[in-house]
Design a protein around this ligand. Structure first.
Ligand SMILES: Nc1ncnc2c1ncn2[C@@H]1O[C@H](COP(=O)(O)OP(=O)(O)O)[C@@H](O)[C@H]1O
Ligand SMILES: N[C@@H](CCOP(=O)(O)O)C(=O)O
Length: 308
């Protein structure tokens, strides 16, 4: 194989209660990427559409991941990369993760499946370090594995795929302001009280149990975040109003997507996803801030080849 085109999904990390430990992938939002072997032995970003991103191979996540994988494999070829961004970076929708995981997946294919999935994940996590200074696994694992994932352990890395109830859908509003994940991590406390930790891990347990048993009410009750949301929500215009609107109109629960500014709501049924989209729109329609609203199913698989 000399070239391939992929779709790399947007992802919602944390899922309210699971900071750095849970995420899921969206079915109908994500980036398109093309990877083409070259004889120059160089990794080059040759096209970026839809966002203002660095082209340098040590700054662009896709190039940094690709370069490292090719070097480690002792490959005798380089790669030209094209990225078509469908949503802005600094989104809280795993924009950097879509690029990093996409590169890990594609370079592995060009190297005839040299790397295991866990090895691809580790390269994609290196991409997250390039983007935000931390090797976070949540977004990149959801992009590579699809569905809901739990990062049960970082050392050693242990990823658990969690089943997705068939009627689960998501509505996301993405205010067009940029919040850098790095900044949003730096404002969080380094330690939390025992009482807070207890309610947080109880909710993670509830969310996992609800996803396993398709208990939509339990999923909703578990979408509570005592650790991160109180610190980050002040950077998201109208956050409380969005959450209130989602709950009043029938969403199971709502919270900050990743590090924000996007806000997600999990819902039962495609119709409800549209209803929540309308409710989000009501909150933002007179705001001075531009915004996008998406409804989507949960991606059952992760990154896909575009010609599949
Ligand atoms: N290929 C890429 N895609 C997205 N962001 C990238 C890429 N390469 C480098 N970056 C940088 O990563 C940062 C965005 O990542 P991050 O703050 O985690 O936002 P997001 O929540 O959208 O992933 C920006 O500083 C951006 O310039
Ligand atoms: N767990 C991370 C997830 C960051 O997601 P992003 O989509 O904002 O990059 C965090 O909450 O910091």
């Amino acid at each position: 194989m000399d070239q391939l085109q992929i779709f790399s999904p947007a992802t919602v990390a944390n899922v309210s209660c699971g900071y750095d430990a849970m995420a899921f992938a969206l079915e109908s939002l994500g980036d398109e990427m093309t990877f083409r072997k070259n004889d120059l032995g160089k990794t080059r970003i040759v096209k970026i559409e839809g966002a203002d991103l660095p082209f340098e191979s040590n700054k662009n996540v896709a190039a940094a991941v690709a370069k490292r994988m090719l070097q480690d494999a002792g490959a005798n070829f380089g790669v030209d990369i094209e990225i078509v961004k469908k949503y802005k970076p600094g989104s809280g929708l795993g924009s950097s993760a879509a690029s990093g995981a996409g590169a890990a997946f594609a370079i592995n294919q060009l190297l005839n499946n040299r790397y295991t999935k866990l090895e691809q994940l580790k390269y994609a996590m290196f991409g997250e370090e390039v983007a935000c200074g931390s090797q976070i696994a949540d977004n990149v694992a959801a992009a590579l594995y699809g569905g809901f994932v739990l990062i049960r352990s970082y050392e050693p890395l242990d990823i658990v795929s969690i089943p997705t109830p068939s009627q689960l859908f998501v509505t996301v509003i993405h205010p067009q302001i940029e919040i850098k994940t790095e900044d949003a991590r730096n404002i969080l406390p380094k330690e939390i009280p025992m009482k807070t930790a207890i309610s947080q891990w109880a909710n993670v347990g509830g969310l996992i149990a609800g996803l396993h048993s398709s208990d939509y009410d339990l999923i909703g009750r578990s979408l509570t975040d005592h650790v991160v949301e109180p610190y980050r929500k002040k950077f998201i215009p109208h956050f409380d109003a969005l959450k209130r609107a989602a709950l009043d109109h029938g969403a199971l629960g709502a919270g900050i997507s990743g590090s924000g500014p996007s806000v997600f709501a999990l819902v039962k049924g495609a119709e409800m996803a549209e209803k929540i989209a309308a409710a989000f729109n009501e909150v933002y329609k007179d705001s001075a801030i531009d915004y996008r609203i998406y409804t989507s199913g949960i991606a059952k698989t992760g990154i896909t080849l575009s010609n599949e």
